[in-house]
Write a protein that binds this ligand. Structure first.
Ligand code: NIG
Ligand code: FE
Length: 405
């Protein structure tokens, strides 16, 4: 076996869907993982470590736990400005929806993002991305959606692509032009959908700037019919689709997205049984975003038991954004998924690894520790994997390996 690096004396939660809920190697006894280039070559108990790995570098881990690198599958981390003032206004009684209707909310971030240069956006996004990496993230999805014009959506996605070139992290970019109605189209929502489904998509596709297309289907976003128009155009260009669905109201968005083959439907507080059944049938991942639930003080819980019963895979993400979820911590998102949504710590970790990979269409490549997968690993100074979701505001990351390095 041609191997470059062997991590030994570890405990390993592969997060593969067999064995205990963590896919633990040998019930948490001493284990090892061998890396060849950017791939995992072998994983198993220390006792079975293949012989003839003489030339490979060996690193002892003193019983630390190795998990797959974390995958944050839903972020808006590229944006201008902040919304701290709206936070103050909400504390004086305004609601998230009221601020949006009064021209604040997403549109206030649109003004700041339009005024920013690519260099400004890159500089402000880097510390946010670094914060995710510092907690073990090896893959991060990044959306546009604060430009809402051809030039400004392209600008955001160029920055998102650039982030993946300047940091050791895999990025996936998503066009979210149908996020809010820009002021110049205030009286012409259908005209704006024409722009999203035509010129914006064409410009983004011409530069290869997006891996997927998203929309915000809600009372303060777009209707299911408008969303379908954007999705049809995306599919025609071979792009994956996903949706902000059922966050503030039930628009049937999840069923629509699932019916069109979406990778994921995200938020889902108002998801009904028909929507969940459609997702189960299509294999659409439910991405739950407890940071947004917490920060805008939602009271309606996503139907977790229903999703479990129907076998819908559940992913967890930060939704890192300036308005509804300024949450720069995958670990805290996992804790919130447990405390607020009553996921188990194992479900939360699967939601930040295996199921998050599926939500990005990367399930065959990352998200579990298995031979042939990318060597994207997080090594933690913990005694049991449940600690990752248990602590609040504590980062036990010891080391992170991205693509074998
Ligand atoms: O995921 N729901 C719509 N989009 C974002 C919020 C964006 C914002 O408020 O700036 C979300 O919650
Ligand atoms: Fe979002």
């Amino acid at each position: 076996m041609q191997v470059d690096h062997v991590l030994v004396d570890a405990r390993i939660a592969t997060m593969a869907p067999d064995g205990d809920p963590y896919g633990s190697v040998a019930d948490g006894a001493a284990a090892a993982v061998a890396i060849a280039g950017d791939r995992i070559a072998w994983v198993g108990p220390m006792a079975d470590l293949p012989t003839g790995l003489g030339a490979a570098r060996r690193t002892g881990l003193d019983g630390r736990w190795i998990t797959p690198g974390l995958i944050d599958c839903h972020t808006h981390l590229v944006h201008g400005g902040d919304r701290a003032h709206e936070f103050e206004l909400r504390l004086e009684g305004a609601s998230y929806e009221e601020l949006a209707r009064a021209g604040g909310g997403i549109l206030s971030t649109v003004r700041a993002t339009r005024a920013a240069s690519e260099a400004d956006l890159l500089a402000s996004a880097l510390p946010r991305l670094d914060g995710l990496i510092a907690e073990g993230a090896t893959t991060v999805e990044i959306k546009s959606g604060y430009g809402l014009s051809v030039a400004d959506e392209v600008k955001m996605l160029r920055v998102a692509r650039e982030l993946g070139r300047v940091r050791p992290v895999t990025t996936r970019t998503t066009l979210l032009a149908a996020h809010a109605l820009p002021p110049e189209f205030a009286d012409d929502p259908e005209g704006y959908i024409d722009l999203c489904a035509g010129p914006i998509l064409d410009a983004v596709a011409a530069e290869g700037l997006a891996d997927a297309v998203d929309a915000f289907c809600d009372r303060i976003g777009f209707t299911a019919a408008q969303t379908a128009r954007v999705f049809t155009a995306a599919r025609a260009r071979g792009l994956a689709i996903k949706l902000h669905a059922e966050q503030l109201s039930d628009q049937g968005g999840a069923a629509l997205a699932a019916g069109m083959g979406a990778l994921s439907a995200d938020h889902l507080e108002y998801l009904d049984e028909a929507g969940a059944i459609a997702m189960a049938r299509a294999g659409t991942v439910a991405v739950l975003l407890p940071g947004a639930f917490y920060f805008i003080r939602e009271t309606r819980l996503p139907p977790v038991d229903l999703l479990r019963r129907l076998g819908v895979p559940i992913a967890i993400s930060t939704d890192l954004n300036p308005g509804s979820s300024p949450l720069n911590s995958p670990l805290l998102a996992m804790n919130m998924a447990c405390t607020l949504f009553r996921l188990t710590p194992a479900e939360a970790l699967a939601g930040m690894t295996r199921h998050a990979a599926t939500a990005l269409g990367m399930g065959g490549d990352t998200g579990t520790i298995a031979p042939g997968r990318r060597a994207d690993l997080a090594i933690w100074s913990i005694e049991r994997p449940a600690e990752l979701a248990y602590r609040i505001g504590f980062n036990p990351l010891y080391r992170r390996i991205w693509g074998g390095k």
